[in-house]
Design a protein around this ligand. Structure first.
Ligand code: ADP
Ligand code: SF4
Ligand code: MG
Length: 375
């Protein structure tokens, strides 16, 4: 048990998915290949903190979430929880440890068993962890439902009887039923309309204040990250390219990929639009990632060194607490994100911040979040 260290820490965590070899490759002795979904990621989440995880589709966000929730065994690397190495836990010990880290999945309907009623779905972790069943379990779930904004009377309903937002509330109730320390939220609001998104995000922030949960918030929605997260990590092709306090990273991104990702968010200052840098090039394959910087083929600032030497994730001088993996971080740091343009589809646009109704204010460890998001 560590008093001052992070609640959750990954050290150089790797997840490669082997690609089944066709018979002719086996016969010819060709080496096996794998998808490098997560490739040496070191991140941490403090108790009561929200770490946002952003990156375009296929960058490894969900895989990292599953690794952290110990739903996938890693290929290599370590996962520490409260300072203890939990990487090798299996069987009963792993099942008991799952009480600490629960997950809200990307697709609420797909992750909720349609044949089960609300009390069975939400109560399943309580049954698994504590053996509570029958009327006692119904009572526990009934007391839990109002904390996520659902009426206790819906105990005997089925998931399909709920709206998208209602189903996501069920997933959330299920995740917090065993009072975990960390909840991994995988795109928790991506299927919801803006008003319902706001309700769920507000509920998450309230629950965190009241019960001290830590969150790993996986999303492509920058506005949601800004609202809920204290710090943010940016993932590109299985690697972390930038980490820092949420407002710092979103307002003054240093890594060229972070800038490109944020380029769709409008900035009113037209004087900052003088120089334009075009994002071009192919996205490298995750089966044979390039030897140097993985963003080099698309980066307008790439130099020869970038194509041969992988940049290390390091603190950028003059920006305490900001970790960036770019050889030229100091030189390109002040280029504004809107200066990076590209052909349609080069870097998918991200949701712009819905500034109406969101107000800045001190809130939680980062003091960087907006305090309430209304529509
Ligand atoms: N179970 C799996 N088997 C094989 N490949 C996978 C599996 N899960 C994810 N991948 C691959 O790993 C990469 C990262 O996927 P994912 O973690 O889902 O990214 P994201 O959540 O950022 O969209 C993708 O190329 C995806 O196709
Ligand atoms: S290391 Fe080079 S290619 Fe990679 S982001 Fe930095 S400047 Fe661009
Ligand atoms: Mg995903």
């Amino acid at each position: 048990m560590s008093a001052s260290g992070p609640l959750l820490e990954t050290r150089d965590i790797v997840k490669h998915f082997p690609i089944p070899r066709p018979l002719r490759d086996l016969v010819r002795g060709r080496p096996s290949r794998a998808i490098h979904a997560v490739d040496g990621v070191s991140v941490s989440v403090a108790a009561g903190e929200t770490l946002g995880l952003i990156g375009e589709s296929g960058s490894g966000k969900t895989t990292l979430g599953w690794l952290i929730a110990r739903l996938y065994p890693p290929t290599s690397g370590e996962i520490l929880f409260d300072g203890e190495d939990v990487t090798a836990l299996t069987g009963r010990a792993l099942r008991a440890w799952h009480r600490n880290v629960q997950m809200v999945f990307q697709d609420p309907l797909g992750s909720l068993d349609s044949r089960l009623r609300v009390w069975q779905i939400v109560g399943e972790p309580i049954f698994a962890q504590e053996g509570v069943r029958g009327p006692a379990l119904r009572d526990r779930v009934s007391a839990l439902l109002p904390t996520v904004g659902l009426p206790p009377e819906c105990l005997d309903q089925y998931p399909h009887e709920f709206s998208g937002g209602g189903r996501q509330r069920l997933s959330l109730a299920r995740a917090l039923s065993v009072n975990p320390r960390l909840i991994v939220l995988d795109e928790p609001t991506s299927a919801l309309d803006v008003a319902v998104q706001a309700q769920i995000l507000n509920r998450l922030v309230t629950l965190q204040k009241e019960r001290g949960f830590a969150y790993l918030l996986i999303t492509h929605n920058v506005a949601a990250v800004r609202f809920v997260a204290h710090r943010v990590a940016v993932l590109y092709l299985g690697e972390v390219v930038e980490v820092g306090r949420v407002r710092d990273v979103l307002e003054r991104p240093v890594h060229p990929y972070t800038k490109a990702l944020l380029a769709a968010v409008p900035v009113p200052d037209v004087r900052r639009r003088r120089t334009r840098y075009r994002i071009t090039g192919e996205i490298p394959t995750l089966i044979t990632p390039p030897p140097g910087c993985r963003f080099a083929a698309r980066c307008p600032f790439a130099v020869e060194r970038c194509r041969t030497e992988p940049p290390a994730l390091r603190e950028v001088s003059g920006r305490p607490g900001r970790l960036v993996s770019c050889h030229r971080a100091e030189e390109v740091g002040d280029v504004p994100p809107e200066a990076l343009i590209g052909p349609a589809g080069a870097v998918p646009p991200v949701a712009a911040t819905p500034s109406s109704g969101a107000s800045s204010g001190a809130d939680g460890p980062g003091s960087d979040r907006v305090t309430r998001w209304s529509t």
